[in-house]
Design a protein around this ligand. Structure first.
Ligand SMILES: NC(=O)c1ccc[n+]([C@@H]2O[C@H](COP(=O)([O-])OP(=O)(O)OC[C@H]3O[C@@H](n4cnc5c(N)ncnc54)[C@H](O)[C@@H]3O)[C@@H](O)[C@H]2O)c1
Length: 284
């Protein structure tokens, strides 16, 4: 299958491109920067430019739209919003005009409001599933939600079938201890609902989403099977969210993001846990 992966030079896109290549896809990566050592053909383009997007997103069987600015911090909110919404619109529009029939969109659990809220979002119940209300407060979460809605509009008019994939913080053995490690000791860890997703499992999730043969627009939530914490989940929940009801027991370090729906629909089954990551020797 000929598949375009936007954002293929980034953290997630690289893992998606690798998973698709390993499964036999012909991948074309499109990104503003060339990949470091990627084994797939690459085209450099700014997908916020509709003309370039229309010229490049064509002649393929499927499009996986990963490119975006992945957080609202470190840049003007308006730039994050403008880039993410413009690229989503342009890539969806180009895919629709080219008659491409399968579309996968990298969304985020930030559409629920975590982790970038200004006014604290308290989960209405735990574990969080796809029935959790949408409630982004920040320009990034809002852009990811609008991206899903842009996909939905194209599906509604019959352009293609699509899967939108909501994910928590994406990690690799190389990023975890420096990125998540210090945050674990702070109250801010609850902003993430202590959730993460190994980038290799994310890659497999995108492959499964491409293989989904349903009609319409499927939205799924992925997560590692466990939290990034060293305290068991029910104890954490009693300590941080004592008033929040548990809809089912969570054993051990189990994630507070429920991925049963993703398992039932696309067959997602996370295999990697940070508990098996090798801690770099330079760290204490
Ligand atoms: N990193 C996370 O924890 C996380 C969590 C949930 C969802 N996501 C989503 O996953 C996707 C990838 O995130 P990431 O962490 O790999 O980010 P990243 O910054 O590592 O990769 C994003 C890639 O998109 C490219 N890009 C950005 N703007 C572009 C444009 N206008 N035209 C072409 N290419 C452009 C960048 O050059 C980069 O290579 C994003 O859609 C993000 O919202 C990320």
């Amino acid at each position: 299958m000929r598949t375009i992966v936007t954002g293929a030079s980034g953290l997630l896109g690289r893992h998606v491109a690798e998973a698709l290549l390993a499964a036999g896809h012909d991948v074309l990566g499109i990104d503003t920067v060339a990949p470091l050592g990627g084994a797939w053909p690459h085209a450099t383009a700014d997908l916020a430019d509709l003309g370039s997007t229309l010229q490049l997103v064509r002649d393929c069987d499927a499009v996986v739209h990963v490119a975006a600015i992945p957080r609202p911090t470190g840049r003007a909110g308006g730039e994050v919003f403008r880039t993410n919404v413009a690229t989503a619109y342009n890539v969806v529009e180009a895919a629709a005009m080219a008659g491409i029939k399968r579309f996968v969109y990298a969304s985020s659990f930030s559409v629920f409001g975590y982790p970038f809220f200004e006014k604290t979002v308290v989960p209405p119940y735990l574990p969080v599933d796809m029935n959790h209300p949408v409630g982004a407060q920040d320009p990034y979460g809002l852009s990811k939600w609008l991206g899903e809605e842009i996909v939905d509009a194209a599906v509604r008019r019959g352009a293609f079938s699509a899967v939108s994939i909501r994910m928590p913080w994406i990690q690799t053995p190389q990023t975890f201890f420096a990125g998540v490690g210090p945050r674990r000791a702070t109250a801010d860890s609850a902003r993430d609902l202590w959730a993460y997703l190994d980038a290799r499992d994310a890659g497999q999730g995108f492959l499964r989403a491409l293989e989904w043969r349903g009609e319409g627009h499927l939205r799924v939530l992925l997560s590692a099977a466990d939290t990034f914490m060293e305290e068991e989940t029910e104890a954490l929940m009693r300590r941080v969210y004592p008033g929040v009801a548990l809809s089912r027991p969570i054993a051990g370090f189990g994630s507070v993001l429920d991925t049963a729906h993703a398992r039932e629909t696309i067959g997602f089954a996370p295999e990697h846990s940070w508990r098996a990551y090798q801690k770099p020797e330079t760290e204490g």
